[in-house]
Write a new protein. Structure first.
Length: 237
């Protein structure tokens, strides 16, 4: 891997979404250049918690002409901006969810999850990337497998989707309930509880979060949540 690449990096850029298994969700456009709304290049997997066989394995070609850093400076490699490689329509249960790629080439991974959060990974297992969600939401996941070849030359790769994780594999892939890097979409102050000194957005947890938060306030208590986040009093779920 190039010396500037980040290791086992997972980032998040939250956006509003409607979690819905078995169909595409409605996730709003953001300031980035990967078209998650396009039909996937290779396949759509429709999976429910406890799916078999586990893992699900799909052959793809990694890479593209667009730097993954259009999502965030922390994302590595080159991907196909015109469409995801794979969509996953997932009905969650009590299991974690691992989305990974393996290849003889040095690959990277970009995942736009069902909550509207962007994840990037590089070198979670050797030169192979993996994103592990300990409490995955139900809905649509868009997946890009990237490579370090910016010429557009694609590399054979295998996408692996699994709910069977050991503690060590989850740790090595950077599993976490809070995310680092990227930018947070704070939204607006449309909640009736705005400016009350508590974060009323259900995307967050921590001592600065109000009790009994409701979905209607998601993305609508920006000033409170941003201030408390910067104080270290809350984090993304």
């Amino acid at each position: 891997m190039p010396p500037f690449a980040r290791t086992s990096l997972i980032l998040a850029l939250p956006l509003l979404t409607t979690a819905c298994a078995g169909m595409s969700t409605s996730k709003p456009a953001v300031a980035q250049q990967l078209d998650w709304t396009a039909a996937p290049v290779y396949s759509t997997l429709t999976l429910s918690a406890g799916f078999q066989p586990d893992p699900q394995i799909l052959d793809v070609m990694a890479g593209g002409n667009t730097r993954a850093s259009v999502v965030s400076a922390d994302c590595a490699g080159f991907v196909n901006a015109e469409a995801p490689d794979v969509d996953i329509n997932y009905t969650a249960g009590s299991y974690p969810l691992k989305i990974a790629a393996t290849s003889a080439s040095d690959t990277t991974l970009v995942v736009y999850d069902a909550s509207g959060i962007w994840h990037c990974s590089d070198d979670a297992d050797g030169t192979d990337p993996a994103v592990v969600l300990t409490s995955p939401p139900s809905g649509n996941y868009n997946v890009w497998v990237g490579s370090y070849d910016g010429s557009g030359q694609l590399a054979p790769a295998t996408l692996v989707v699994s709910e069977s994780l050991s503690t060590s594999s989850a740790a090595s892939a950077g599993a976490s309930s809070s995310y680092v890097g990227g930018e947070i979409e704070w939204g607006d102050d449309g909640s009736q509880w705005s400016h009350d000194g508590e974060c009323d957005d259900p995307r967050f947890a921590g001592p600065g979060v109000a009790s009994g938060n409701i979905e209607a306030d998601r993305f609508h208590d920006a000033s409170d949540c941003r201030s408390l986040y910067e104080q270290g009093r809350l984090y993304l779920r």
